[in-house]
Design a protein around this ligand. Structure first.
Ligand code: GLA
Length: 378
């Protein structure tokens, strides 16, 4: 009898100890740092949030544009480097035109002639890329931030209400982006949104990666693999023609890993139109909407590997063709092809291509998508 009671007391003690330790762990995980990142021209306070994990990986994110400002990642010898381009100050992001690190929306990528028709109504969008609409304006808005860290890792929730008519898009659209830094060296991005009118939506992140460290030369030796048998060819102003073309026998075949620079300057009409790679690939994800390993990048020099997983149907590989001597972080200058972007997305100009997966969102529907940037070394 006595022994049984002792056992019960012992078990209770163990239970309390376990609860106490896991409580401490949860608390340690939730200690995200926050510091001021300055004020916008119209006086709004903007902050920088530093997320860390147990491996010493660190992500700095600002609520200005929902932007990833830096990402400190170890190389194969454990040396940490910042693998994304960025600016030292808020002013860089406020005046910059390259969408560096930003959350992009309401419609990431291009919409031809800045117009589309939905339910018989023709909408006119802001023309900000010649005659076309490109990327929307979420990258220049101040988002509301909240620490939502949990046992999954330190996490930052950013919310923004895109009002009916913003940039010409219909519907009030409350949008949420949650960045989670896990102990598996993943930066996980969960997007969600709802609307009160039929609308179109395409959200992505515009991080510019250089796995050798930001500003440390071009990315032409870095390798890319994309799990896609087809891509969407473009016209002279980078609008998809509507064709889904096989990558076989073209410089767009990344089904096995290839150096970015191996074919980038080939005499190929599509490469010429994009000024290099600036195209959407049609991901081979058989279970649409499930998390799928879409792409992998590798820097043979540092050994850093980046895996991109997504629930989205497409991915844009953009090889920094328009980087033209931007003054970035730590005195570094970003020249042409000093970074690559892997933007998970719906296909560009989907609202004008009924044969592309639909980017429509209707009242009562809940838009959800996830993209994971996972780092390792080999
Ligand atoms: C996207 C586009 C590119 C370019 C960059 C921003 O990736 O596809 O053409 O506009 O954004 O400079």
């Amino acid at each position: 009898m006595l022994r049984r009671r002792e056992t019960i007391i012992g078990m209770l003690f163990c239970f309390i100890a376990v609860m106490f330790v896991s409580g401490l762990q949860a608390e340690a995980k939730s200690k995200m740092q926050k510091q001021s990142f300055g004020k916008t021209e119209d006086g709004q306070q903007v902050d920088l949030y530093i997320l860390t994990n147990k491996n010493g990986m660190e992500a700095a994110i600002t609520n200005y544009g929902g932007t990833v400002v830096s990402l400190m990642v170890p190389d194969r010898n454990g040396k940490r480097d910042d693998v994304v381009l960025g600016y030292d100050t808020l002013d860089g992001y406020a005046t910059g035109k390259a969408y560096i690190g930003a959350t992009v929306g309401r419609y990431a990528n291009r919409i031809a002639h800045a117009t589309f028709t939905l339910d018989g109504i023709t909408y006119k969008l802001a023309k900000n890329d010649g005659d076309n609409h490109l990327h929307g304006g979420f990258n220049k808005r101040v988002w509301t931030a909240r620490d939502v860290s949990s046992n999954a890792g330190q996490a930052l929730e950013l919310t923004y209400l895109s009002k009916d008519g913003e940039e010409g898009f219909p519907g009030n659209l409350p949008v949420k982006v949650v960045y989670t830094l896990t102990d598996k060296n993943e930066l996980k991005i969960d997007y969600s949104a709802t609307t009160d009118k039929d609308t179109v939506l395409n959200l992505t992140n515009h991080a510019y990666f250089n796995l050798a460290g930001q500003g440390n030369g071009d990315i032409l030796q870095q390798q890319i693999m994309i799990k896609a048998d087809r891509f969407t060819p473009i016209d002279a102003v980078s609008i998809p023609t509507g064709e889904l073309r096989s990558v076989k026998g073209t410089p767009f075949d990344f089904t096995t890993a290839m150096a970015i620079g191996a074919r980038i300057d080939q005499d190929d009409q599509q490469l010429k139109m994009g000024n290099g790679y600036d195209h959407n690939w049609v991901l081979n994800n058989e279970k649409a909407g499930s998390l799928f390993l879409a792409a992998q990048a590798y820097d043979p020099h540092s050994g850093r590997v980046l895996e991109v997983l997504t629930t989205q149907p497409g991915i844009q590989l953009y090889t920094g063709n328009f980087l033209d001597g931007i003054h970035g972080k730590d005195g570094k200058v970003y020249n042409r092809r000093y970074a690559f972007c892997l933007e998970t997305q719906h296909f560009p100009d989907s609202p004008n291509h009924p044969n592309f997966p639909t980017a429509e969102l209707k009242p009562g529907q809940h838009f959800e998508s996830t993209t994971v940037y996972k780092f390792s070394t080999k």
